[in-house]
Ligand binder design. Structure first.
Ligand SMILES: Cc1cc2nc3c(=O)[nH]c(=O)nc-3n(C[C@H](O)[C@H](O)[C@H](O)COP(=O)(O)OP(=O)(O)OC[C@H]3O[C@@H](n4cnc5c(N)ncnc54)[C@H](O)[C@@H]3O)c2cc1C
Length: 376
């Protein structure tokens, strides 16, 4: 006997994106079923760094980041004691004058979007981060950026949604039928709206999505309290994040609240091979030591990999999928899915309720004509 149930909305995937969508829909009084094949937060979200960051590769990207940062600012107070959310700020490090010029240009575009940003010179940088290598030209300081622990936030979002009536089903959605999610075990869930928030696996359900998995490594160290105070990223990170090279590494280090350091970051196009690539890890660590020499004496406890759901134009896919009436897409956030989750959920909720979204959502339409974005 095939079991059949119904809901107003089915959300597929309990990562940061699906969990945020589910809670927001529940808050609007909608009946929601959330389907997760493993456990909430166990996908890319559990592998992420948790940098909540205003990125400004394009005006559309910055608009969604800036809106989401505003929402995180309100949300983080409701996660006290759970999320390890600290407003550490980001220092984008400039190695030379050319990069400092980039920092100056970016400061202007941030401020135009309402994001607090300023350029700091070498002397001020030394005061902000005494353990940085000598000889850096300065940095761009973005003070409102945060760091958090994403899997704990997802668990909390799901717990809150369940307390307000969310139905959660453990199982794998095998196919989508008209207004119906069909699970591997033969059960079917009917709903007027289906939100596909299955991360890199969304293409198994909607094969024409322009989405590829992009592997990343992270390393966590032993406790080094006070060694660094901000999220530190090299300005060259932008090139690594937004060009589709087969392999790239950029310096990106985060201070965790307990003193551990989370060291990134790598990008590789290798399908869903999740093995550790030792040469990538070595390159990441060498780069970290180049910017913060004292990291050489830290002990690396563990390293792992995860997959960023990546689109060719570096913008997420958010909105109705016209080919399949009732299907909504919420994925493709690359390295910004934690950051952009609140904005994404608000856009999806607005679409389902038929009201105007809080930011212009046209650049994110999942069936937009896609132009490949390359940053010089
Ligand atoms: C190394 C690394 C570092 C990162 N650092 C950051 C960062 O600092 N800041 C930031 O903003 N972002 C970061 N990201 C990106 C971020 O992790 C992702 O953009 C985000 O987690 C995507 O969330 P999601 O909910 O879309 O996907 P996921 O977290 O992967 O969730 C999808 C869920 O769907 C489930 N699922 C899939 N298929 C099915 C199915 N058929 N049926 C049922 N369930 C299904 C999966 O089990 C999974 O739980 C990083 C990513 C990586 C890999």
């Amino acid at each position: 006997v095939t079991s059949e149930s119904s809901s107003d909305v089915v959300v597929i995937g309990a990562g940061m994106i699906g969990a945020m969508c589910a809670l927001r829909l529940i808050e609007e009084g909608v009946r929601v079923t959330l389907v997760e094949q493993h456990f909430p937060g166990g996908g890319s979200t559990g592998a992420a760094m948790g940098h909540v960051v205003a990125m400004d590769d394009t005006p559309a990207q910055l608009a969604l980041c800036a809106y989401s940062l505003g929402r995180w600012e309100a949300l983080r107070h409701t996660f006290d004691g759970v999320a390890e959310y600290d407003v550490a700020g980001t220092l984008w490090l400039a190695s030379d004058d050319a990069e400092l010029n980039v920092a100056t240009r970016r400061a202007t575009s941030y401020r135009a979007a309402g994001v607090k940003a300023q350029v700091v010179d070498t002397d001020s940088l030394e005061l902000l981060e005494p353990n940085l290598a000598f000889g850096l030209a300065g940095a761009l300081k973005v003070e409102g950026d945060g760091v958090c622990y994403p899997p704990a936030i997802v668990r909390e979002l799901v717990t809150r949604a369940v307390a307000s009536g969310l139905r959660i089903v453990t199982g794998r959605v095998a196919t989508l039928d008209t207004q119906c999610a069909c699970l591997e075990d033969g059960s079917r869930i009917r709903a007027a709206h289906i939100v596909v928030a299955a991360g890199v696996n969304s293409i198994a359900l909607v094969p024409r999505l322009p989405l590829v998995p992009r592997k990343g490594h992270l390393v966590i160290t032993d406790r080094q309290p006070g060694l660094i105070r901000h999220q530190l990223v090299e300005l060259g990170y932008l090139r690594s994040a937004h060009t589709m090279a087969n392999e790239s590494v950029a310096f990106n280090v985060q201070p965790r609240r307990n003193g551990q350091l989370l060291i990134g970051s790598s990008r590789e196009l290798v399908g869903q091979d999740n093995s550790i690539n030792r040469s990538m890890v070595r390159a990441m660590l060498e780069r970290a030591v180049r910017f913060v020499p004292r990291i050489a004496s830290a002990r690396a406890w563990r390293s792992w990999t995860g997959f960023r759901p990546t689109t060719p134009d570096a913008l997420p896919l958010i909105g109705a999928w016209q080919e399949m009436p009732g299907v909504w897409i919420a994925t493709g956030h690359e390295g910004l899915g934690i950051t952009m989750a609140p904005g994404t959920a608000d856009i999806i909720v607005a679409g389902i309720l038929g009201v105007a979204p809080p930011v212009d959502a046209t650049p994110f339409l999942p069936d937009r004509p896609i132009r490949i974005r390359q940053v010089a």
